[in-house]
Design a protein around this ligand. Structure first.
Ligand SMILES: [Zn+2]
Length: 406
């Protein structure tokens, strides 16, 4: 008997839902297992990679049965996210990791990272399956859709509800048990929610709005993956920039590099380590955005607010200046920001010291007192060990930094 061209019942896919999840929900409408639906209704044997690269012939017949466009169905598996989320599903491309994760820089200058080559590598695809979901999204037993992004170590929270994704066992819609049954619903912190909202925007809109400008989703994923690798860089390779990495890990309360001593690509790390790395990435972005740290990476500036210069309100100059700018307040704010940066950035520490030491370079006692003051402010004395009191470069740097603020 020729099967019906269109299924009489089929739930609409949820935005971002994985193909396997949707097929489970379709099969459930007919009290069937997915493998039976595939075999007896769609003429396909067992398909292992429904969420990675389903055969085009299967997508064609699914489109006929559901009336949903084949391209939309394709985007319910990872292959539909090439080349935005990853360059290719081919895991035998030489230098794939270098191409993907070593062209951007956020926390460290590019030359500070040792370029790694890994055989059989694909961005974001974990070595072990990830079974995490939002407890609120799965609250309705009749409509338990699993999003494709939840199957990757890419997000920590639900973009809709802002709570942590939790680990589960079983098959949503049929049998599901949360790994931590006693856990109360955990609301994700602001830093995590902000990072995940951007990732969700990249997945659903194809771009991300950053403070400085809108960027393409492809750049967002590569920048995020870069950040994860920077946070896993051995400190011995970071030189004077190690302070940025240390500061971020201290900020999120986990051991350095989530306790890793040997370098391995993010995708092969244990799930618990991946989650800590993602949390550290969210912390790093928050620290950069709030100007607590000003790391030297090329893309770090994307998180800074746009400098407000060169615009007027169209009124004559005299009227425009009715609201006087408190220059001293601005200067104090700039110095406070410089002190915060100097705690982790030797270059800023030396520049700030040069400024503070102005006029005292022939007075060793006064310089010593100044060093003690800096130390009390949390600026490591080691940062000042090579200090040259009349180094013109140092003085120029701090004046540049201050003039940036006005
Ligand atoms: Zn949710």
């Amino acid at each position: 008997m020729k099967p019906a061209a269109r299924w009489p019942l089929h739930p609409a896919p949820r935005e971002g839902e994985a193909l396997s999840s949707w097929l489970h929900r379709v099969a459930a409408c007919y009290q069937m297992e997915v493998r039976d639906l595939l075999e007896h209704d769609l003429g396909h044997g067992q398909v292992d990679d429904l969420d990675t690269a389903p055969p085009l012939s299967l997508l064609t017949v699914l489109s006929q049965r559901s009336g949903i466009e084949r391209d939309r169905l394709r985007c319910m598996s990872i292959v539909g996210w090439v080349p935005w989320l990853l360059d290719s599903l081919d895991d035998e491309i030489p230098a794939a990791l270098e191409t993907y994760a070593f062209q951007c820089s956020v926390l460290l200058p590019r030359h500070k990272r040792k370029i790694r080559t890994v055989a059989r590598w694909r961005a974001w695809l974990p070595r072990q399956p990830v079974d995490r979901a939002c407890p609120i999204c799965l609250n309705d037993p009749a409509d338990q859709a699993i999003l494709l992004a939840w199957k990757l170590p890419l997000m920590l929270s639900c973009p809709q509800h802002g709570c942590w994704l939790e680990s589960y066992w079983g098959v949503p819609g049929r049998f599901l048990r949360w790994e931590n049954t006693d856990a109360a619903l955990r609301t994700a912190g602001d830093a995590i929610a902000a990072m995940d909202q951007r990732t969700w925007q990249a997945l659903t809109m194809g771009y991300v709005e950053l403070p400085r400008r809108r960027i393409h989703a492809g750049l967002w994923f590569r920048m995020l993956r870069t950040l994860l690798d920077e946070l896993n860089t051995p400190l011995s390779m970071c030189g004077t920039y190690a302070g940025y990495i240390r500061h971020v890990w201290e900020g999120c309360g986990y051991p350095l590099r989530a306790g890793q001593s040997l370098w391995r690509p993010y995708e092969t790390l244990a799930p618990v380590v991946q989650l800590q790395m993602l949390e550290a990435a969210a912390t790093a972005i928050h620290l950069i955005e709030s100007r607590v740290i000003s790391p030297p990476g090329e893309q770090a500036a994307l998180f800074w607010p746009e400098p407000q210069t060169g615009f007027t309100n169209g009124l004559p100059t005299r009227e425009r200046t009715q609201e006087p700018i408190n220059v001293w307040q601005e200067a104090i704010k700039a110095i406070n920001e410089a002190v915060a940066d100097a705690r982790h950035n030797p270059e800023t520490a030396r520049s700030l010291f040069a400024l503070a030491a102005y006029g005292r370079r022939h007075d060793p006692e006064s310089l010593e007192r100044l060093r003690a003051e800096f130390s009390k402010d949390g600026i490591p004395p080691a940062f000042l060990s090579h200090y040259e009191p009349d180094g013109p470069f140092a003085c120029r740097k701090i004046s540049d930094r201050l003039s940036d603020k006005f």
